[in-house]
Design a protein. Sequence first.
Lengths: 552, 187
Amino acid sequence: MQCLMVTILEQPLKIPGGLRLSANKSQSLRAPLRQARIPARLYVPLSQHIGEAAEPLVGVGGSILKGQPIARSLSYISAPVHAPTSGRIIDIGAYPVPHPSGLKADCMVIEADGEDRAAPGSLRMEDVFEADPADIRQRVRDAGIVGLGGAGFPTSVKLNPGPGREVELLVINAAECEPYISCDEALMCCRTQEVIDGVRVMRHALHARQTVIGIEDNMPKAISCLQNGLDQAGETDIRVIAIPTVYPAGGEKQLIYTLTGEEVPSQGLPIDLGIVCHNVGTAAAVGRALLQGEPLISRVVTVTGAGVRQPANLDVRVGTPIADLIEQCGGYTDKATRLLMGGPMMGVSLPSDAMPIIKTTNCILAASRQEAPQPLPAHPCIRCGKCAEVCPASLLPQQLYWYAHARNLDKAQDYKLFDCIECGCCAQVCPSHIPLVQYYRFAKTEIWNQEREREKADIARQRHEFHLERLEREKKELQERRAKAKKALNKPKVGNADSKKAEIAAALERVKTRKAKQSVTARNTDNLSEEKQAEITKIDKRRASNPNENRP
Amino acid sequence: MLTAVLAIGILAALFGLLLGYSAIRFKVEGDPIVEQIDAILPQTQCGQCTYAGCRPYAEAIAAGEADINQCPPGGEATIQSLAELLGVDAKPLNAEHGVHHEKRVAIIEEQVCIGCTLCIQACPVDAILGAAKQMHTVIETECTGCELCIPPCPVDCISMVPLKQNIREWKWPYPEDEQRPIVAPAD
């Protein structure tokens, strides 16, 4: 049994590098968290998570109830999809989805009936705090819960530390470090109980010895809400720790460093240190699923930016088109120039607002020209090293850029490309306005692509080898057949007299046996009348005198 | 003097024996460089390099009979890797052998197919499914895009189509040829 010691530091550390950015969270926090309207049509993508896409369970035309599973997961790293409201499936096909590629992906289109009737659920667990962790994981899996912080990794997988591994520390990531995004803050203030329930369930499922909620110190209201909630619940073991506000303190590895001083190894996972980290929104979703029986069909989304009239946090059903959501926030202002999913640092540009909210959408930013400025033309790198100063992963961004730019992917990997969290600090401070993160993203996806190509090439090689082997075998078989036929032809036709005689005798013998088999013995020959007997004798006589007569 | 000669002689004999023994004991079957070259080649098995497949080409490169710039499906990336492996200078793709383009797959127009099986015999990776006088079809995931099935088809029902992009295998573009989507949201 692996046992690791993790101590929570009294004084949280400051991450290396990072930037102090203006938070811009107050705009969306002015109004309280409210329920978003259910649109007439919802577009629910089958893949809203890392891993395999789900497989539809309901066909076109099928009626569905809210919370009913409409697509199931086929592999371990996958998550099912549930109906966000009651209605009818009107189409299953490719529709635009919020993804940087701008490609379409398979979605189930639901026509809401407006009644929002719920299906009888089976997710709720009465005795969840006594339940077997495996049962909890199964329910979390059935509820379709994925990490709501951004990446969308199936939560049930992260609730399984693996055999022989103990969880020393459960970290709940409530840092929410990116500017403009305030969905977690709104959630913690308005749905404190759900959050605390979820954290307790997660702690039980992981058998975590210590639990800590890491939250940036610029959210005093959320901190006090959580602390009060924990005090009321009598939870003294769950600690709320305020960490220094610096972007990106909410990165998983950064938060763990801030709280414990431990560094997650390169290419490693927090579990290697005995730590598991979950987003606070994910915790709330777990609490909601296991204590209230509702699968993951809605999430809190921040709609903000100078481009939208009434910035707010809304509880939105998955599948709601972004256009619908913007409309509920008063529509666009004249300043809107760019639409982003996510914050200004890590968000991706969306080509249109005809895309749905998915499980991992935390923020819709309708940005003005000032908020998301047009990228300036890039100049050559002057090797000033500012990027290295701000890199929270302590990498050398200028070297990564150098090799990514030259498409020297092996070298980029040597400089730990895959430890880059794409936070965008380096690009923000670059005096040459080089789109550094774009280069890293290019290099990462290119490397993955090459790996896939290599795998495909290996399969092609095997298939080709098999093909050649098959041709060889067929050729050999043909030759063998030919040789056999030839041998049969070349068999000596004329032998000596004895063998000929023997052959004739054998042939005669064969004929005899065949005739014997065919000959018929008369039946019903007893008790014949004299007349009949006379007739038979006559025929026999005739046959005897005429041997050529056909016999049976 | 004699001792020195003896000592050197005995040592030489010892080392000779040791080397002789290891040459037999640790003999490497086949040419490892061929394996390494073959691992870099894209395994399209198209024969555009004038050899009967990727492995024969790898053997030819190893024997110094072929140049490293004869593989159009591999393109610059393959030439680069080969140059690195063999310690020679990279050179541009030899246009005699064809041009590099994004990977494509063969597709059979099934209404036109007469079921002659000629393409099945031509496919180097057995990626075409069918039988005599039955419709044929290409197993897309196994197709290497070698185009060897196109010439034998008597009814010209096979065409090459670019691979459909899907989100899972989508790549971020190289920044310099990127057009940033800046769209004013419709009001």
